[in-house]
Design a protein around this ligand. Structure first.
Ligand SMILES: [Zn+2]
Length: 331
């Protein structure tokens, strides 16, 4: 059941949208932009449900025929466009929106189109959409959900109400999960620290042991790279390769580890440390490393991240990184 009260954070955005409903100032096209897992989709759904509610108030009544059919997932006048493919093509926009929007609503006040991952639209798709956005029928509303609105043509951006979703505050996320999942209290701080303000990411981490397993591996590799010989470096590299799909996460975890060490070196134990549960190991390592060593390690991890994102040779990039970590990690 979608309702504004259940949405975590984003109070100003909600108030703005509700004010718009009260003042009868509803835009025909919106961009909801922000990192994944932050609540954009939930808010778009709730807004669509509210707009269609037969009571016409600033919150959905949850009782009318429209609210009920929305919650059952079969609202005849709300359309969800999403593509499993890498991009959202012109055909999907033509069939899914352009043609459909010409037909009057079946039963309710508006005809609402919610486009997920809208920033995956090809230029041709965007140009097709632009025609609709330029002259929408009175009942037509389009909500584009994106993680990077700069992928849109300037002409699209200028015709949409651009709503930027801020990161959620740590307390907001913590409050939400402690209420819904008190049994997970043990690792919640760590999950939140790694989620970068995304509820979706925290949920994913909670649902599987995978994140904690991978983190454990990463900490083992760091230790082994520090103390091991060249054979050990090649072993780590080979093992890392078997986690190819998660290499981005692995390098991120490594980076954050050394970033924590750098922070400790500068200001001692502090609230910005992410790997709080390993504070003693971090304190210890920070004593043995110079600023110069830590900088070099951070730089080499960052370089590896960039190289790998550009599809450079995975094995070579990892090897080079591990060798440089080894060289610098012993002070
Ligand atoms: Zn209703």
């Amino acid at each position: 059941m979608y309702s504004f009260e259940e949405i975590v954070g984003h109070k100003e955005i909600i108030q703005g949208l509700q004010q718009g409903i009260k003042n009868n100032k509803i835009s025909h096209s919106y961009i909801f932009d922000g990192i994944e897992g932050i609540g954009k989709k939930t808010l778009a759904y709730t807004y669509a449900k509210t707009l269609q509610c037969l009571k016409g108030a600033a919150s959905p009544c949850n009782e009318c025929a429209s609210c009920k059919s929305f919650d059952s997932g079969n609202h005849p006048d709300v359309f969800f466009i999403k593509s499993e493919k890498k991009s959202l093509g012109v055909d999907e926009i033509r069939e899914g929106i352009q043609k459909e929007i010409e037909i009057k609503p079946y039963k309710y006040k508006y005809k609402i189109f919610i486009v997920e991952n809208a920033d995956k639209m090809t230029i041709q798709a965007q140009n097709a959409l632009l025609k609709t956005i330029e002259e929408p029928p009175a009942y037509g509303i389009i909500i584009l959900i994106s993680t990077n609105y700069k992928q849109f043509l300037p002409t699209i951006i200028s015709r949409c109400s651009l709503i930027k979703f801020n990161l959620l505050k740590t307390e907001e996320i913590k409050h939400y999960f402690m209420k819904s999942n008190p049994s997970q209290a043990e690792n919640i701080d760590l999950y939140i620290a790694f989620s970068e303000g995304s509820i979706g990411r925290v949920k994913k981490m909670m649902e599987s042991e995978y994140f904690m397993d991978i983190r454990k591996k990463v900490l083992e590799w760091i230790e082994k790279a520090k103390t091991g010989d060249l054979i050990a470096i090649y072993d780590i590299e080979k093992e890392m390769e078997t986690y190819k799909e998660d290499i981005e996460l692995i390098l991120y975890l490594m980076y954050i580890w050394y970033r924590d060490i750098l922070l400790i070196k500068h200001i001692g134990d502090n609230p910005y440390i992410i790997n709080k549960d390993k504070i003693n190991i971090l304190l210890n390592q920070s004593l043995n490393l110079s600023y110069n060593n830590i900088d070099k390690i951070l730089e080499t991890i960052n370089n590896a991240r960039i190289q790998i994102s550009k599809n450079a040779n995975l094995r070579l990039s990892l090897e080079l990184m591990l060798l440089q970590i080894k060289e610098n990690a012993n002070g």
